[in-house]
Design a protein around this ligand. Structure first.
Ligand code: NAP
Length: 525
């Protein structure tokens, strides 16, 4: 079966044999995708000319209601999505929930937030500014929705959430969406789009999908489009420097890979709640979605005296996890999504081991439960230990996109800060400490290079939302190596799909333009 693309209001199969999507446990071919013969330029033109105007004829609260209808469709088909995630991504129930329920949760958040903007169709920012000695000539800043397309080029690890966390703010802003999911796991994204399109919720042209390589997509984007890319730093660099993107100053938001860290404070010694909370979170981050999360903990910095007991505690927990076919009873860790990802992870692991000792796992020949290692894509959860700290290179630079983390001891707060900063920009750091003096130095020392810093102490306990969980109401994105992008953060995300303009003129004109506008201050509320 070849999955159909949905472009220019039509369901179209790509030409040729296409590319096969496989079950990473059995190697069985599931479906095929192809973008051959799809006119991506026409697809974008149709979305711009048909979907965009229809969406922007509605106000923000009406578009929020459309998101609400999408929630209903996705919720009704949830079981089917879990089945696709199990077969195409090797997802356990918990892994699939992280992606599918995360998508629905995020959409719901934008339904609620979008209502607050009311029936307006653009935003007014700040007060009027005086430009002359009298009131005769003034300026007013506005945020106007873009008249182009939101083009999403997505990563394989979040086929559900990766679409909807971007689509929710784009559609709410009145900007049509064209998604190109990553090929290995495109099936789930395609099925969700098919369900939503067939339910007739959105105007025609508001949601399009091209499955397969679609390598010419960026040749056709223009100054009123937004490209939102999620994937590896290497591909991101190619997107950023694409000649058409450069020539037309196309807005591009990049979420790339990231060597995130967890930091235990000097007080997080064995026997303390902070130590136990850190152990729990490190193991969770290594195992949920088999470590295939952009936000996963890759490096753990611990005070020297606590680092060996920490390694022992994490290793003991990992030893209790069953790794194998997610269809088997009690399995908590599934495979990576493909043999190619397995090969890439093992290659990265070999590099890390050049400067680390292996505390747990790392056996390329380990036997997964109920799966044939010759055809499946498993990587054993692996904990490493590196006592070279700042002298290490790969630990701070190689992203093993799988169930692998490295513990690094530090001597003092200055060293903990320096180690965290060696990630050269990350999505998230989590800190386990109740030591106020340590936090007062550490948090400002790392915040500039991290999109999110989560601090957990005994009082927060298990109330925290998780190191790797991206909350729709909070910023997602990180500087430097993490791509420099910004997503979510509640209504802040709408800024990506609007353009700021100041209109200078007489008060009557400015009053007329402002009358039906919502207050842009709501974006930051
Ligand atoms: P990838 O290989 O960089 O691919 C990402 C997307 O780019 C895929 O849809 C891919 O399509 C497409 N692509 C590649 N070259 C292209 C080109 N020349 N023109 C147009 N599209 C092109 O990344 P991945 O392996 O799917 O994802 C894993 C990476 O994503 C990890 O490094 C992870 O850290 C990162 N990630 C980051 C975030 C975040 O929010 N920061 C979230 C999730 C994942 P094909 O699949 O068809 O090749």
């Amino acid at each position: 079966m070849k999955l159909a693309n949905y472009v220019y209001g039509q369901w179209l199969e790509g030409a040729g044999d296409g590319i096969a999507l496989q079950d990473p446990v059995t190697g069985e071919e599931l479906v095929r995708v192809s973008s051959e013969g799809i006119d991506t330029g026409r697809a974008l033109e149709f979305a711009r000319n048909t979907g965009g105007p229809a969406l922007r004829a509605l106000g923000y609260e009406q578009r929020a209601a459309l998101l609400g209808a999408i929630v209903e469709v996705l919720s009704a088909n949830r079981a089917e999505y879990f089945d696709i995630a199990l077969r195409n991504s090797g997802s356990t129930e918990a892994d699939a929930a992280f992606d599918v329920d995360g998508a629905i949760f995020t959409l719901k958040s934008y339904v609620r937030a979008g209502k607050a903007l009311g029936p307006a169709r653009h935003l007014k920012e700040g007060a009027r500014v005086a430009l002359a000695k009298t009131d005769a000539f003034q300026g007013q800043h506005f945020l106007m929705p873009l008249s182009g397309v939101a083009v999403f080029i997505n990563a394989f690890n979040f086929p559900a959430w990766g679409l909807w966390e971007k689509a929710a703010p784009a559609l709410l802003a009145g900007v049509p969406v064209l998604v190109k999911p990553a090929t290995p796991t495109a099936w789930l994204t395609q099925r969700m789009v098919e369900d939503v399109v067939k339910a007739g919720i959105l105007p025609v042209g508001a949601l399009s999908i091209v499955c397969g390589s679609a390598r010419d997509l960026l040749d056709h984007v223009g100054e009123c489009d937004v490209v939102s890319f999620t994937g590896s730093a290497d591909t991101a660099a190619r997107m950023r420097t694409h000649p058409n993107v450069v020539a037309r100053s196309v807005r591009i938001n990049i979420e790339a890979d990231s060597i995130n860290c967890a930091i235990l404070g000097p007080d997080a010694q064995p026997g303390t709640p902070e130590f136990d909370l850190a152990v729990k979170e490190i193991v969770r981050e290594m195992t949920i979605k088999t470590g295939q999360k952009c936000t996963a903990i890759r490096r753990v910095f611990a005070p020297a005296a606590a680092s060996r007991p920490l390694a022992d505690a994490v290793a003991a927990k990992l030893a209790s996890y069953r790794v194998g076919n997610p269809k088997s009873e009690g399995v908590r860790v599934g495979p990576l999504v493909s043999r190619a990802q397995q090969a890439a992870a093992l290659e990265g692991l070999a590099k890390l081991r050049e400067e680390c000792e292996t505390v747990f796992g790392g056996d390329a020949d380990f036997a997964p439960v109920d799966a044939d290692p010759a055809v499946s894509a498993f990587v054993q959860p692996t904990l490493l230990y590196c006592d070279k700290g700042l002298d290490a290179r790969h630990v701070h630079d190689v992203e093993v996109f799988g169930p692998v983390a490295t513990i690094v001891p530090y001597a003092d707060t200055a060293e903990a800060i320096a180690l965290a900063r060696r990630g050269r920009g990350s999505l998230v750091a989590s800190v386990y400490s109740g030591d106020a003096a340590f936090l007062a130095e550490l948090v400002p020392g790392i915040a500039e290079l991290h999109g999110r810093v989560m601090v957990v102490d005994a009082a927060v306990g298990t109330n925290h939302t998780g190191h790797g969980n991206v909350m729709p109401t909070c910023l997602h994105g990180g500087p430097g190596r993490a791509g420099g992008g910004e997503e979510l953060g509640g209504l802040r995300a709408l800024a990506t799909y609007h353009r700021r303009c100041v209109v200078q003129g007489g008060p009557a004109l400015l009053e007329a333009l402002s009358r039906d506008a919502a207050d842009a201050a709501l974006l930051g509320s």
